[in-house]
Design a protein around this ligand. Structure first.
Ligand code: CA
Length: 220
């Protein structure tokens, strides 16, 4: 899953980013309201963490603009502690949840997971598709034979993206956006290597190749 982190406090970003990455998210960072507004509209994110106190354009204005332009991506707002008015304004402007600063990472993570689950229609920490079960906490996949495999970070991100978009042809570009960060080298041939690792784990016919179009997860 790809997250936009819109926050101008670089110390907080340095604290959050590696923790979010370890939880299996790809994190793109924006430190002002203008860039954050643009990025979310131009690129494909699964969730957004939005500080309301952003320079250049306030988080509240940015959020209003996104919702006016029909951006439905779930948004968790970060608000000043004790500012109930900010929370109310944020929720009314279309935020899915809020968190007052300072906070514990565990709470941010739990709230974020909850809004993402609601958005993707998931009831708990598992994703299921045709007998495959992906445990998003443990980052494991269980097959219909009850065989369970631990996934590497990239295998997990790749399989999660497939399971959130089952029976759909997904381009190499979209897949690489969901497994690497912008500044990392994106070699589309590497995607094939990971697809083949998933095929080895799940069974060969789960992921089909569509030449020039991409890949699709569907029941064998
Ligand atoms: Ca701020």
């Amino acid at each position: 899953m790809r997250l936009l982190l819109a926050e101008d406090d670089s110390q907080l970003v340095e604290f959050l980013r590696p923790k979010l990455q370890r939880s299996g998210y790809i994190v793109e960072w924006s430190n002002n309201g203008i860039d954050a507004e643009f990025l979310a509209l131009e690129e494909n994110f699964d969730g957004i963490i939005l500080d309301l106190g952003l320079p250049q354009k306030s988080g509240l204005e940015v959020l209003k603009s996104w919702r006016e332009q029909n951006l439905t991506t779930p948004v968790l707002i970060l608000t000043a502690r004790d500012s109930w008015q900010e929370r109310v304004d944020g929720l009314k402007a279309g935020a899915d949840d809020y968190l007052g600063k300072p906070f514990h990472f565990e709470e941010l993570s739990a709230r974020l997971e909850a809004i993402l689950r609601r958005h993707f229609g998931q009831l708990d920490n598992t994703l299921e598709f045709e007998g495959l079960t992906l445990d998003t906490d443990r980052q494991t996949v269980t097959l219909s034979t009850s065989e369970t495999h631990q996934l590497t970070a990239i295998e997990f991100r790749l399989l999660r993206h497939f399971m959130l978009n089952p029976n759909k042809i997904i381009s190499k570009t979209e897949l690489s956006e969901h497994i690497y960060e912008e500044e990392q080298l994106k070699d589309s041939n590497v995607i094939e290597v990971y697809i083949n690792r998933l095929r080895t784990l799940l069974g060969k016919s789960w992921i089909k190749t569509f030449r020039g179009q991409g890949y699709r997860l569907s029941a064998p």
